[in-house]
Write a protein that binds this ligand. Structure first.
Ligand code: HEM
Length: 197
């Protein structure tokens, strides 16, 4: 297999799938933790949560948190270290985004070259990078709010960090839902994320 045919390098595919598993564990165990002290007027049905009870949810959450943080750090370091971030996610301007968004809405967006992301994909992926960073930041405040006073004050205090963490979780779930629909619409992208080609 020549390098030119590789759409996604192995490190990226491994990082992506580890990340996907970690996110499922984090979200479902996070829902269990939320249910122990909900701050909105609803609970998540226990059947779709992970951990069984508060302490079980916390254990799953902490285990997967390390996986996401370390794996995410490697993913970002590789993207910046290899210069891939500029090749794959640049250029991205509001004009390009609007063009591709309108083309997608009309069903006229080309998917012939899987090694190239359109502007909507670039924006969606960069959005999820930022969203996960907000999750890690607010999560650090919830985990060790005494040890990270600057992070805590910057985010608006412990109680506000809980809301930020929840909204960022909901945004991530929204991204994943749209992401999976998009992948289902262009299933070749799934094969490329599994096999690399
Ligand atoms: C089972 C669920 C998932 C499936 C089937 C899936 C599938 C895929 C596929 C096929 C691609 C390549 C898209 C393309 O070539 O246009 C991709 C890229 C990506 N996915 Fe997912 N994904 C899943 C879960 C997630 C989750 C949970 C996250 C984030 C938290 C995520 C974040 C990303 C990102 C950031 C990229 C771009 C990676 C890069 O090029 O650096 N995915 N995904």
């Amino acid at each position: 297999m020549s390098d030119s045919k590789i759409i996604h390098p192995a490190w990226l595919r491994i990082a992506h799938w580890i990340n996907a598993i970690a996110v499922v564990i984090l979200v479902t165990s996070g829902w269990r933790i939320y249910n122990a002290a909900p701050f909105f007027d609803f609970r998540i049905p226990n059947e779709i949560t992970l951990g069984g009870w508060l302490a079980g949810g916390v254990q799953w959450h902490f285990a997967a948190m390390w996986v996401l943080a370390i794996n995410g750090a490697i993913y970002l370091a590789m993207n910046f270290g290899t210069g891939r971030v500029w090749r794959k996610f640049w250029p991205l301007t509001p004009k390009l985004f609007l063009q591709d968004f309108l083309a997608a809405a009309k069903g006229k967006l080309a998917h012939a070259d899987l090694s190239h992301y359109n502007a909507v994909q670039k924006a969606a992926y960069l959005f999820v990078w930022a969203d996960v960073l907000v999750l890690v930041w607010s999560g650090l405040v919830l985990w060790k709010n005494v040890q990270f006073p600057i992070l805590r004050e910057l985010i608006g205090g412990y109680e506000f960090a809980r809301r930020v963490h929840f909204v960022a979780m909901a945004s991530l779930v929204g991204f994943v839902a749209v992401h999976i629909v998009m992948v289902a619409l262009v299933p070749r992208t799934f094969l490329a994320m599994v096999r690399g080609r």
